[in-house]
Design a binder for this molecule. Structure first.
Ligand SMILES: Nc1nc2c(ncn2[C@@H]2O[C@H](COP(=O)(O)OP(=O)(O)OP(=O)(O)O)[C@@H](O)[C@H]2O)c(=O)[nH]1
Ligand SMILES: [Mg+2]
Length: 462
């Protein structure tokens, strides 16, 4: 089951014997035996039941959040067997859902022979433990689930380090107790780490915590080093006045598809959540020949774990520091407005609120007419496109060109034929108004940035 958009309603109807595509990952041993284990730490998700505490919004909102949780669980390789929502003013401080409901959940888990419950929220360490005691299978929250998907997807050195950092930060406050009951069941009360590694008077938990913290600092240093390289490249692009455009949007909206369509790149496209973790940056040109860079980025999701936002900050800077954000939204999603809002929230969190945004409604080939109309009315400046068929892409290119920062110094120069590179730079960096070949050289009228204007000054024709 790879469809990322299957509505939850059909989850109930899944045949539990249909276990194709099941992805087994290592069990989450709860007591840390060795800090290096964190590298391999993945949440075991096999046969899962979903549970949500519906605290605000309409039933529809609650159901769509659960449908997304189902898609996330499937993206992590799980088989979703059932889902339940409890209406509450706020999550139960002890067990997330109420104690009666927790008992029902236990029954449901037994009925389905499920081995994991996934909660639609971030649970406190003690909620995880208490609920686990009642339900007697592993409890995983939305944050851990998303972290697990990221862990499965990360390929680059930087991506892996970023995910690892986020996982460790998630683990740190949860070292004590998470899944104690289960680790006791499996006979594991630690062992491996060994007494010898403990400082004087340190408990096992304290040792684990200390080593995790050390590893966190080390990872941060490594990541800082990797970030330096990228910063340098970005600085260089800035110095060269190449405008930067960043694709941002909800996961699975079609950002990578659009990058491919606009630049002929071959970024990974998948009907899966968080297919892209490593940003691809491509240099491309507007129709009038002005260069700009287009960066693909990691997708956003509602309640993107703050540990991830933090760990991926350097990647997300690609968005925050862009000259223009192409905010891609999936027109076929049941609630694109909620996605738009979630994406804008994350953009704000990473400091990108001031960056001009061009909303791109993607998958216009498959989106219902009324949704497209509704979005066009709510967001009059939006462009509807299809990365698949190419419809609307011409208009998008025009709109991108308009939205790029415009150089504002008008020059009229005659550039000697021996200085062709300057003519080329005017084409790449500036906006050409007219060009004519004369005896002494190329007569160019154009709008350019300050640096280039200074270099062109000796050839001024006026
Ligand atoms: N019908 C239709 N499907 C599309 C279009 N663009 C993308 N898709 C599909 O949507 C899915 C996600 O596309 P991606 O380009 O991987 O999306 P993304 O935004 O990069 O996703 P993440 O990297 O996972 O955040 C794929 O199955 C694409 O084939 C489109 O214009 N029309
Ligand atoms: Mg992608």
């Amino acid at each position: 089951m790879t469809s990322a958009q299957r509505p939850l309603g059909t989850a109930d109807a899944i045949d539990p014997t249909q276990e194709t595509g099941l992805h087994h990952v290592a069990a989450l041993s709860t007591e840390l035996q060795d800090v290096s284990e964190v590298d391999q730490r993945q949440v075991r998700l096999e046969r899962v039941v979903l549970v949500g505490a519906w605290t605000s919004g309409t039933l529809e909102d609650a159901e769509s959040s659960m449908a997304e949780l189902a898609a996330l669980a499937e993206s992590a390789g799980a088989l979703v067997l059932d889902g339940v929502i409890q209406r509450r003013d706020k999550p139960d401080p002890a067990t997330y859902i109420g104690s009666g409901k927790a008992q029902e959940l236990r029954e449901l888990v037994l009925d389905h022979a499920a081995d994991t419950v996934v909660c639609d929220g971030e649970l406190s360490p003690s909620q995880l433990v208490r609920l686990e005691e009642v339900v007697k299978v592993k409890i995983v929250d939305r944050t851990a689930l998303i972290l697990d998907i990221f862990a499965q997807r990360a390929t680059s050195r930087e991506g892996k380090a970023q995910v690892e950092l986020a996982q460790m930060q998630y683990m740190l406050p949860r070292l004590r107790g998470w899944g104690q009951s289960l680790s006791r069941q499996s006979g594991g009360s630690g062992g491996g780490g060994g007494m010898a590694t403990r400082g004087p008077g340190e408990t096992k938990i304290e040792t684990d915590r200390r080593r995790l913290r050390e590893k966190v600092s080390k990872l941060r240093r490594e990541l800082d080093g990797m970030k330096a390289g990228r910063d340098l490249k970005r600085q260089e692009r800035k110095r060269n006045k190449v405008p930067a455009v960043a694709l941002a949007g909800y996961t699975n909206a079609g950002k990578s598809s659009l990058l491919n369509r606009l630049t002929g790149a071959d970024a990974l496209v998948q009907n899966a959540l968080f297919a892209t973790l490593d940003p691809t940056v491509r240099r491309t040109q507007t129709q009038s020949g002005r260069s700009y860079t287009l960066a693909d980025t990691v997708g956003f999701v509602r309640h993107l774990p703050h540990q991830l936002v933090d760990a991926f900050r350097s990647t997300l800077e690609e968005v925050a520091e862009a000259d223009l954000i192409l905010h891609v939204v999936d027109g076929t999603h049941p609630d694109p407005e909620a996605q738009i809002e979630a994406v804008r929230t994350v953009i704000g969190e990473i400091g990108g609120a001031g960056v001009p945004e061009l909303l791109v409604v993607n998958k216009a080939d498959a989106a219902p007419r009324d949704v497209l109309d509704r979005l066009a009315e709510a967001e009059p400046s939006a462009v509807a496109v299809s990365a698949r068929t190419g419809e609307g892409v011409e208009e998008l290119l025009v709109r991108v060109e308009e939205a790029l920062p415009h150089p504002d110094i008008e020059v009229e120069v005659v550039i000697p034929y021996t200085h062709g590179h300057l003519v080329a730079r005017v084409h790449e960096e500036g906006e050409l108004i007219s060009e004519a070949h004369e005896e002494e050289g190329t007569r160019v009228r154009a709008k350019v940035e300050e640096d280039l204007a200074a270099e062109l000054a000796p050839y001024s024709a006026s």
